[in-house]
Write a protein that binds this ligand. Structure first.
Ligand code: NAD
Length: 314
């Protein structure tokens, strides 16, 4: 089976490659522009006969992308390439226009031209917007509050129209916050960086009451592959997550406990970390549980494990 993984040098993409390469007869091709990802994340796979890597900007290098499709008869595309630094696109909305939306459109177009029929798409809770009720997959209307969420929602829209028009089969998997080793961004990454840079206090954006579910990356990867293998509609869409959640102030506490650092935690105040941040959300997970998948780690366990793994690596 020939598999294209976009964004495979990134945090989640590299873990997905680790899992997919163990599938029977899998040939993995990764494309990534290394804007956020790192070759080190997949270095250990370079020696494998059934693994190839190409540095390509999917949004802007259409010719190179087309050659990759010409030279590989892909059976399925796992599309993870995107801007994952949500806060940054406040200053430059093109980041999400290009890397979150246009990457999806360009891929779908190559799939149409080269007759590739399966796409698995890394979507997000950010498509739902800032909503205080438990989110089922059927919730609407959808009004995202970040450019990132808008780019993902627009991607979902085009996945739907390409699925209908060109007989694709699609799996849209909406992740919550994901934590684990090799993270390129996110709250644990930021707090560990701050602890290193400032020996006096740990600055926390907002009031620390932001409360969200965190899933461990290996749980998430298992869920992505599970959904792809076990749901058979033309267009399949799932929330993936854990049932509980973790407050930002608890993440700060866990990080200080695990790093054995003693310092004051200073809150910048306000109910959200940055413009476009969604301070609270909760998924309804009946659909994925009904399909037969559950996360092994709770949100608090995932956070602690991710902190430990990131400390080990430093
Ligand atoms: P990441 O930044 O580590 O991975 C994204 C990868 O895409 C990076 O390696 C980056 O270099 C690459 N990329 C970006 N623009 C590209 C372009 N134009 N062409 C080619 N490659 C490009 O982020 P991640 O956390 O591993 O996220 C993976 C996917 O999961 C993303 O689509 C993200 O939106 C989604 N997601 C992540 C989370 C999370 O908490 N990490 C939550 C919800 C959804």
């Amino acid at each position: 089976m020939n598999i294209l993984v976009t964004g495979g040098a990134g945090f989640i993409g590299s873990h997905l490659c680790d899992a997919l390469i163990e599938e029977r007869d899998a040939n993995i091709v990764v494309v990534d522009n290394l804007s956020l990802g790192r070759k080190e994340n997949i270095q250990h796979l370079f020696a494998r006969r059934n693994f190839a890597f190409h540095t390509i900007d999917i949004a802007k290098e259409e010719g190179k992308l087309s050659d990759i499709f010409k030279n590989n008869a892909f059976d399925v595309v796992f599309h993870l390439a995107a801007n994952s630094d949500i806060g940054q696109s406040f200053h430059n909305p093109y980041r999400d226009m290009d890397n979150t939306f246009l990457t999806t459109f360009q891929l779908l177009n190559q799939m149409r031209i080269h007759k590739v029929s399966q796409i698995v798409f890394a979507s997000t809770s950010a498509i739902y917007g800032d909503v205080s009720q438990e989110l089922t997959e059927e919730y609407g209307p959808l009004f995202p509050v970040s450019h990132y969420g808008a780019g993902k929602l627009a991607s979902e829209g085009f996945i739907s129209s390409f699925t209908e028009n060109y007989s694709l089969q699609s799996w849209i998997v909406r992740f919550p916050n994901v934590v684990g080793e090799r993270a390129t961004h996110g709250i644990i990454f930021d707090f560990l960086k701050k602890i290193k840079e400032n020996p006096h206090y740990l600055e926390v954006l907002g009031d620390g009451e932001q409360n969200k579910p965190y899933v461990y990356v290996k749980d998430l990867v298992e869920a992505i592959i599970f959904v792809w293998k076990n749901s058979t509609e033309k267009l399949n869409y799932f929330n993936i997550g854990v049932e509980d959640s973790t407050k930002v102030r608890d993440i700060a506490r866990i990080i200080l406990e695990e790093t054995k650092e003693v310092r004051e935690i200073r809150y910048t105040g306000g109910s959200r970390g940055w413009v476009g941040d969604v301070p609270f959300f909760a998924y309804n997970l009946d659909k994925i549980h009904g399909l037969g998948w559950r996360a092994k780690y709770t949100s608090n366990e995932a956070v602690r494990l991710a902190v430990q793994k990131n400390i080990e690596k430093r």
